[in-house]
Design a protein. Structure first.
Length: 279
């Protein structure tokens, strides 16, 4: 009798653990997907349906809210500014971050660990604290209220992630591969291009994704440092109190979808980064 009880106890424990695991996964998926689903429902419904109650569980597939959003004054300009700022941020963060990550992983120099710590420490400074000095500096240099100036700020926000991600991935590539290429007639640059770069491409892509998403969703710096050339997030925040409900849902949908599409388009590089086969 005792042996049967002892055998049943671990089985019950495993069942309880499996139940907790499944319930946690379901709750996490619901936490992420349910808001996206309701955002999709209200975006694909007519303005009248968006303001009605109770809400329909299945969207009407009415493009009235999106049409109103597209025709709203200033929306298309703000959307173009968001794309330009995110694109510039992505390019600059990779252009600066990848060489820095390579240097940290391949060279030894005094203060290397301190430099890594300082890179991480830049994320500890709250952006609202830096808003006034940044605004004054941008006004003095003439880059206030410009796409390039805002992209510089977003690059500063994304750069620590870019440096640390590429540093960890460069560190995972044996330097012996480069040394073998040197013995075959390659210099450091050609060895990097032919040997290291194909291996580091997933990491570069992941860094680009983070930079793009950080810039696309950032709102505080965009709202403080721009007036005429606002990004979509800052434009929606500016009109939050006066804009109708269906415009807010359509704007949220437009903000979410590009990031999801971008991540889906480069998923094979992300899978390769973590060693997962793409099927």
């Amino acid at each position: 009798m005792s042996d049967a009880t002892d055998t049943a106890a671990p089985a019950d424990t495993r069942k309880a653990g499996r139940f907790v695991y499944v319930a946690s996964v379901v709750m996490l998926c619901a936490w992420v997907l349910v808001p996206l689903y309701f955002l999709l429902i209200n975006t694909l419904s007519s303005p009248e349906a968006v303001n009605a109650f109770p809400k329909a569980f299945i969207p009407e597939f009415d493009l009235g809210s999106l049409t109103f959003f597209a025709n709203f004054a200033g929306i298309l300009t703000a959307l173009k500014n968001s794309v330009l700022v995110a694109g510039l941020t992505m390019v600059m963060s990779i252009t600066i971050g990848a060489p820095a990550g390579y240097a940290l992983s391949r060279f030894e120099f005094p203060g290397k660990e301190l430099f890594r710590f300082l890179i991480l420490l830049t994320r500890a400074f709250p952006l609202p604290l830096l808003a006034l000095p940044l605004a004054v500096m941008f006004i003095r240099t003439g880059i206030d209220d410009t796409v390039f100036g805002l992209a510089l700020v977003h690059t500063t926000l994304a750069l620590p992630f870019s440096v640390l991600i590429t540093f960890s991935l460069f560190s995972g590539i044996p330097i012996e591969l480069e040394e073998a290429a040197w013995t075959l007639g390659c210099n450091r640059l050609t060895a990097f291009q032919k040997v290291v770069f194909p291996l580091i491409l997933p990491g570069i892509t992941a860094s680009a994704i983070f930079a793009f998403v950080i810039s696309w969703n950032e709102v505080f710096a965009a709202a403080v440092l721009t007036i005429e050339n606002r990004t979509l997030t800052a434009f929606l925040l500016q009109n939050l109190d006066t804009s109708p409900l269906h415009l807010k849902f359509a704007g949220g949908f437009i903000l979410v979808v590009p990031a999801l599409i971008f991540i889906f388009a480069v998923r094979k590089y992300l899978f390769a980064m973590w060693g997962i086969a793409n099927r």
